[in-house]
Write a protein that binds this ligand. Structure first.
Ligand SMILES: C[S@@+](CC[C@H](N)C(=O)[O-])C[C@H]1O[C@@H](n2cnc3c(N)ncnc32)[C@H](O)[C@@H]1O
Length: 328
């Protein structure tokens, strides 16, 4: 998955995919100006709660569309908005929109920061594990068959951390059950912690708590592949041409954040969070009220994106909870 998405030459993200356009690979929140409006409200609230200006660090900014839209509402933030983006060609797209983009956090010093990650955690590579008929936990490795085709085959765990993660979450997979484990979450949260002297961290993504993610209902796990906005049935087909993603383990995310020194202050559905942030006021900003209302409906309606994504907010010690925690 790591190679398929991030190989320095052939990786899906390395090649700078079209994201969020009708012809693109997938639609995301990032393409809606109403979403950027609501996020700009959250940034303004964070500044008020912290009592000082913040730097915004967005992880995995894609085409930079969300950043550019946020900066139309908070233009004074331009020199203080940085995207950390692993893909060189996406960094190029972000820079073309006038956004500062860096490859990794090394160049950033700790500062009061608002961290944003929209659909970045679901793009972190996962391991796939499986409990076999005898009850042993195995890892699904990737190899080549006699015809040179990519295949999955069960073998020893590549690291005991895979079993430890499931044990820590008190998960016992059923016999024959396949599941994904994202060990990269821990490293990711440490990277975030290193640059935030104080502040808030907002992740918006799809996923579940471990008990649901690893329930027997999800017998084959949640790894999915997409091409031109359509689900495909074979992750080994057209490697580097299709996106791969897996649901985020919110229990593991909360543990990783806590281990990195953050406190979870909010976990809700996107729809209610955006409503609490005052997304409806976007209509007053918009030239086209009908279009604005349509965007708000798509983003907040529980039958649409409102329940597709969860919002998880973390803070450093000593800050108020804040950031639209209370229902309207
Ligand atoms: C699913 S896309 C989402 C893009 C954008 N946030 C959006 O919502 O349209 C995932 C993005 O995260 C980037 N990414 C993945 N892992 C990353 C990491 N460790 N650090 C920074 N960016 C990363 C990918 O290159 C890509 O831009």
């Amino acid at each position: 998955m790591s190679k398929a998405l991030y190989d320095s030459q052939h990786g899906f993200y390395t090649k700078g995919p079209l994201i969020g356009r009708p012809e693109g690979t997938f639609n995301t929140n990032a393409m809606f100006p109403a979403f950027a409006f609501a996020i700009s409200q959250a940034i303004t609230q964070a500044e008020a709660l912290m009592g000082e200006p913040v730097r915004v660090v967005e992880f995995g900014g894609g085409t930079g569309e969300l950043a550019a839209n946020i900066l139309t509402f908070l233009s004074s933030l331009r020199s203080n908005y940085i995207i950390v983006e692993i893909s060189a060609s996406l960094r190029e797209q972000q820079r073309r929109r006038g956004i500062t983009a860096v490859q990794a956090t090394e160049t950033l010093s700790p500062a009061p920061t608002f961290v944003l990650g929209n659909e970045v955690l679901d793009a972190l590579p996962v391991h796939r594990v499986m409990r076999d008929g005898s009850g042993e936990l195995l890892e699904m490795h990737v190899g080549l068959d006699d015809d040179g085709e990519l295949v999955e085959y069960p073998g020893q765990l590549s690291t005991p951390l895979l079993a430890k993660r499931l044990d820590d979450e008190r998960i016992a997979l059923g016999r024959g059950q396949v599941a994904e484990v994202c060990l990269a979450l821990d490293e990711f949260l440490y990277e975030v912690q290193r640059i935030v002297s104080k502040g808030y961290v907002v992740f918006i993504d799809y996923g579940d708590e471990a008990a649901d993610l690893y329930s027997y209902k999800k017998l084959n796990g949640t790894l999915r592949s997409f091409r031109s906005q359509k689900p495909t049935c074979d992750p080994f087909d057209a490697v580097g041409e299709q996106d791969l993603t897996a649901d985020v383990d919110f229990t593991a995310l909360k543990h990783a954040a806590s281990n990195a020194g953050f406190f979870c202050v909010e976990h809700s559905r996107q729809g209610s969070w955006l409503t609490n942030l005052g997304i409806k006021q976007f209509v007053d900003w918009s030239q086209d009220q009908e279009h604005a209302l349509m965007q708000i409906h798509q983003l907040t309606n529980m039958a649409q994106l409102g329940s597709s994504f969860d919002v998880l907010i973390f803070k450093t010690a000593g800050l108020p909870d804040g950031l639209a925690l209370h229902p309207e």
